[in-house]
Design a protein around this ligand. Structure first.
Ligand SMILES: Cc1cc2nc3c(=O)[nH]c(=O)nc-3n(C[C@H](O)[C@H](O)[C@H](O)COP(=O)(O)O)c2cc1C
Length: 321
C-alpha cells in the first residue's frame, strides 16, 4: 500500500509537508497547484512552491514531491512541466479537480472534466514534453455534475500516457460534502491498467480500510484527515500489518504545533498565528484539546501572546483533559 499526502493550496505547503512526512507513513507529496496561463515561469516560482527542489526534490524525511500544475492550455502546461522536471521535480501532477469558481471560469481545474478529449490532450502534450524518466500523473474528481463521463476521462488519461490517476470520489457539484463515493472508483479502476489512487473523506484508519474495500484501490491519498490526525498515515500503515493503530495523544501533537508556530508561522506581522489557527481548525475535529487551544488563541496576533496562551493551555487545559 502507498499513501500520498494530498495537495492543499494554502495549507499543505513546504513546512507542513516537512512536518507531516517527518512523522512518517507517506510515500509521496504533491505541491499546491501552480496555475499556468500563458507564460513559462522562472525558476524561482518552482522553487517557491517546491523548496524541496533545493534538497533533491524530497522532504528531509526522504519523501519525493511532485509538482502540480493547473490550467487548460496544453502548450504552456507542457513548457512549465518540462521546466519543473528539469529542475528536479520527481513527477508532474495535473490538476483536473479544483472546484474554485475563479479557477473554473479561467479554464482550469474541474471544469475541464466536461471535455474528456481536452483532458487527454493536455496529458498527452505534457507527457510528450517531459523527460520520459519523470512520471506524469493526473488528479480528477468523478466528474463535473455527475460521474457519467468518468470512464471516458480516465481511459483518455491512461491512453495519453499518464503513469497514475488519483480520483477524488466526489463531483465538482458535491464540493467537499460527505460522503465520498469510493464505489464509483471501482469500475473505472478495473478498466485501467495504471494504478488508481482513491481520495476523499479518509479521516481514520477504519475509513482507509473501507475506502480500499469499496474502491478496490490499494493506494490512497489523504487530505484533510492528514491535518486532523498528523500521524494518520503511520497509523494506517500499522493497521495494514496487523498492529492496532494508535493515534498520537494531544500532548505530542501540541509539541509539533508549537514548533510549527515558532518556525513556520511568522511570515509577516499581519499574519502571525494564521497558519497555526488554520491547522487547529482541522485538529479540533479529532482533538478536544485543539478546540480549547483554538478558543484561547483565535483573537491573538503577537508571538508573545500566542506562546503565553499555549503555555496556559499546557498547564491548565491539558491537565484537565
Ligand atoms: C483547502 C484545500 C485546498 C486544496 N488544494 C488543492 C490543490 O491545490 N490541488 C488539488 O489537486 N487538490 C486540492 N484540494 C483537494 C484535496 O487534494 C483533496 O482532493 C480533497 O480535500 C479530498 O480529500 P480529503 O477528503 O481527504 O480532504 C484542496 C482541498 C482543500 C480542502
Amino acid at each position: 500500500m502507498r499513501l500520498f499526502l494530498a495537495p492543499m493550496q494554502g495549507v499543505v505547503d513546504h513546512p507542513m509537508r516537512e512536518m507531516l512526512t517527518g512523522i512518517g507513513g507517506y510515500d509521496r507529496c504533491v505541491t499546491e497547484f501552480i496555475r499556468v496561463t500563458n507564460t513559462r515561469f522562472p525558476e524561482k516560482v518552482f522553487k517557491r512552491y517546491c523548496p524541496e527542489l533545493l534538497q533533491g526534490g524530497k522532504t528531509l524525511a526522504g519523501t519525493p514531491v511532485y509538482i502540480q500544475l493547473l490550467g487548460g492550455d496544453p502548450h504552456w502546461l507542457s513548457q512549465n512541466a518540462a521546466k519543473a522536471a528539469r529542475l528536479g521535480a520527481h513527477g508532474i501532477d495535473l490538476n483536473f479537480g479544483c472546484p474554485a469558481k475563479i479557477v473554473n471560469r479561467n479554464d482550469g481545474g474541474s471544469v475541464l472534466l466536461k471535455e474528456p478529449s481536452r483532458v487527454a490532450g493536455i496529458v498527452r502534450a505534457v507527457r510528450d514534453a517531459v523527460d520520459p524518466a519523470v512520471p506524469v500523473t493526473a488528479k480528477i474528481r468523478l466528474g463535473f455534475s455527475d460521474a457519467s463521463l468518468l470512464s471516458e476521462i480516465a481511459g483518455g488519461i491512461e491512453a495519453a500516457g499518464a503513469s497514475e490517476l488519483c480520483i477524488h470520489a466526489r463531483t465538482r457539484e458535491d464540493g467537499y460534502k460527505p460522503p465520498a463515493y469510493w464505489q464509483h472508483i471501482n469500475a473505472v479502476r478495473q478498466q485501467l491498467s495504471i494504478p488508481v489512487i482513491a481520495n476523499g473523506e479518509i479521516w481514520a484508519p477504519a475509513d482507509a480500510l473501507e475506502a480500499q474495500r469499496q474502491s478496490g484501490c490499494t493506494d490512497l491519498m489523504l487530505g484533510r484527515g492528514a491535518l486532523a490526525c498528523p500521524d494518520l498515515a503511520r497509523a494506517i500503515k500499522q493497521q495494514a500489518v496487523g498492529v492496532v493503530p494508535e493515534l498520537m495523544p494531544w500532548s505530542d501533537v501540541l509539541e509539533g504545533l508549537t514548533d510549527f508556530f515558532e518556525n513556520a508561522d511568522q511570515p509577516c506581522p499581519k499574519y502571525i498565528g494564521n497558519r497555526t489557527k488554520q491547522w487547529l481548525s482541522y485538529l479540533r475535529r479529532q482533538y478536544p484539546g485543539a478546540e480549547l487551544l483554538f478558543q484561547r488563541i483565535k483573537r491573538l496576533g503577537t508571538v508573545a501572546e500566542i506562546l503565553a496562551a499555549i503555555d496556559t493551555h499546557r498547564s491548565l487545559d491539558v491537565e484537565a483533559l
